[in-house]
Design a protein around this ligand. Sequence first.
Ligand SMILES: Cc1ncc(COP(=O)(O)O)c(C=O)c1O
Length: 442
Amino acid sequence: MASDRKSVPNDLSAFWMPFTANRQFKKAPRMFVAADGMYYTTADGRKVLDGTAGLWCCNAGHNRPRITEAVQKQVAELDYAPAFQMGHPKAFELANALRDMAPEPFEHVFYTNSGSESVETALKIAIAYHRARGEGSRTRLIGRERGYHGVNFGGISVGGIVNNRRHFGTLLTGVDHLPHTHLPEKNAFTRGQPEHGAELADELEDIVALHGAETIAAVIVEPMAGSTGVLLPPKGYLERLREITKRHGILLIFDEVITGFGRLGSSFAAEHFNVMPDMITCAKGLTNGVIPMGAVLTTNAIHDAFMQGPEHMIELFHGYTYSGNPVASAAGLATLETYREEGLFENAAALAPYWEDALHSLRGLPHVIDIRNMGLIGAIELEPIEGASTKRAFQAFLDAYEKDLLIRTTGDIIALSPPLMISKGEIDELFGKLSEVLKNLE
Ligand SMILES: Cc1ncc(COP(=O)(O)O)c(C=O)c1O
């Protein structure tokens, strides 16, 4: 023990913060100390409107009584149970509730602890599924440029955000990428799904021709790409991807870590777009961000392919110490009940037109080169400062925080995704503050 190292109050040096400009932050820290409903409270007592549902995860808002009570009760009753070869009732109850909420083909739930782990799990299931059916040559994984699938090696390999990949070596082999679908010259300022770009799905045919269908296990895409800056699927695009993958025996995985749990006004984007993949990954809104938890939803066809061989044998050699953790399961059950009881997905759908109008009213403000939206999600793309990309949007983030508004930026894009409990008054407050920020931005 290094006993001579004494912590002093307000020492920020030990915590190496994730996806953060650490040196900048530690010079001028931004600290939240409490949260309730639609607002955070800062260390200096200000109420900050949450324009991002935390990190796209607190879909029911903050400090929701049912969730808080369920977590408190569960931790006092059964804090942990082994996840392998043992069970506890709430993990099964939550799996059933998820199955009931999900579109019809999704019958089974594999638990993880994050979106990144859900992605790794789905990719592994895809490869092992083909192997279990005697198609072991299907090992290639196809992602998409600008895709975000978390930060683990599988996820960054199929992902397409350059900074998340370039520092980390050669990544997985046997991966290829579809082109992204961002076509601002044709689709700028579109409300909802863009008209142009469905044909970009046909590039999958070229990838299949290059590698051979018999080598490809799965295609993974976000049905609506969130973290890269809210890129909506062009009309007809997801349908084409589904048709091509099916024709070639390739699994289609929708990464719904952001789009799951009401963000677009439906349980999942698969339902919203009426395109059914073979697997759905989720996390975030599953527990309202309160306790880490993720899941992969699969069809019977995938699950049942593993249920063979001697019954005493483990069917899938995969899982996490905290898969289906009791406290996370309790949080998940209470979260799904809150969504249902309060009609939050319906609220998101009902408010979407008002949200859309308010968002697009920012058109014409300085530096705004595109605005995109769907459900309760929106993006404002700013013209980058020459030679200093990301700086303008980051400044907008800092200015918004000074005006008691939390927004999120990625590159030079402002992304908005408020809790689904937001009211029209709070939408007005959000865009009122944001327009002040944009009017004064250098
Ligand atoms: C589509 C998608 N996949 C995966 C992840 C990773 O989730 P986590 O940060 O919980 O690992 C995210 C996070 O934003 C995401 O948006």
